[in-house]
Design a protein around this ligand. Sequence first.
Ligand code: COA
Length: 379
Amino acid sequence: MNAEMFRARKGLEGVIFDETAISDVIPERQTLLYRGYPVAALAEQCRFEEVAYLLLRGELPAPESLTAFTDFERHNRSLDDGTLRVLRESPAGHHPMDSLRTAVSFMSMSLPSPGPEDHAALLRSSELLFAKMPTMVAADYRLRQGKAPVPPRPDLSLAENFFSMCFEQVPGPDLVKAFDASLTLYAEHGFNASTFTARVVASSLSDLGSAVTAAIGSLKGPLHGGANEAVMAMLTEIESPDRARDWVLGALADRRKIMGFGHRVYRLGDSRVPTMKTYRDRVAQATGDSRWIAISDIVEQTVLEQKGIPANLDFPAGPTYALLGFDSPMFTPIFAMARVTGWCAHVMEQLSSNRIVRPLSAYVGPQERPVPPPRDRPA
Ligand code: COA
C-alpha cells in the first residue's frame, strides 16, 4: 500500500463511501434531489407523507397507494404502555433527544427483526417508526410541561396531528403547511453524519431499531441536527437587532462558530435555505412577530461579510419552529421524526447490497516496545 492510502482523511472529507439512489446533493447548483425530484418542488407541491413514501418506497405514490400508506400511518401512531412509561420516567430536566433515543430503542425491541433479505418486513418496521416517532416527541413535550399526553387523532394529517398532540389545537393551513414543508426539507440529505451512522450500524447486520437509535445519537450533536436548537439559543441571547452585528463580531473574534452557518458539502449555499426562508417569513407574517427575522438578517449579513460562509437549513428552521410555538429543545427531535424516513431508506439500501463498513486507521502511537516489569512502569 502506498503512503497516500495511509493518509487519514479527517471527517472523511471527499471520501465516496458507497453509491445511493435516494438523494443527490448537487452543491454547484445548490440543488438537492430526492429520487430525482427537486426538494423545493416537493416541499411546495407535496405533503410530507408523500415524500416519506417516495423516500421509503422509491416513487411518488398513486392516490390509492397514498391512501393505504396514510391509513397505516394514522392507525399506528399510538404508543404502547411501556414506551409511554419510558417517557414518563425520563429524569427531570432531560434533553428530549435523549428521551426520544431511549423511547425508540425501547419500542423497537417489539419490532420484528427481519433479516436483510426480508425487504417487506423492513419496510413495515420503518413505517411503524415513522408513525410513532411524532407521538413520542409530542408526548415527551407534554410530559416535560407537567401535562398529560394528547392521544393521536387519525382524522388529521401527520403535521396537523403533531400540532394537536402538542397544543390540543391545529393552527391555520398556512402554518401547518410551513411545518409540513420543513419536514420535507429535513427528511433526507445524502451521507450526512447520522445517516452514515445508521448505515454503519446496519452494515454489521444489526437491526433497524439499533441503526435508528444510533442515528438519533449522532443527530443530537450541535455540529449536526442540534444546530437548529443552538440557533435559537443564539438569537435569544442576541435579543434585539441592534445587538446582532456586535454579537457576531465578538463571537468571531473569540473564534467561536456561528450556529446555523457552514456546511461540509455546500460551500456556495444550502439548497434548502431559500424554501425554508419563504415559509419562515410567511409564519412571521401570520403570527405578526418579525423580531427573529430582523435579528437573523443582520447575523446572516455579518457572517457573510466577515467569513463568506452562508447559512444552512437550521438557521431559518430554528426561528420558524419557535414562531410555531415549539420550545427549542424540541427542534432537533422534530428534525429526527422527519429524518427517520431517510435513515430507514438508507438502512434498506445498505442491506440490499451490503458490505460491512470497516475503514483503516493511520496509527500514530508508540512504536512496538517490550512490556516492562511492574516496578519499571510509569506511575
Ligand atoms: N462559524 C464560523 N466559522 C465557521 C463556521 C461557522 N458556523 N463553519 C465553518 N467555519 C470555519 C471554520 O472555523 C474553519 O475555519 P479555519 O479554516 O480558519 O479553521 C473553516 O470554516 C472550515 O470549517 P470546518 O469546521 O473545518 O468545516 P467542516 O466541513 O468540517 O464542518 C460544519 C462543517 C457544518 C460542521 C461547520 O460548518 C459548523 O460547525 N457549522 C456550525 C454548526 C451547524 O450549523 N451545523 C449544521 C450543519 S447542517
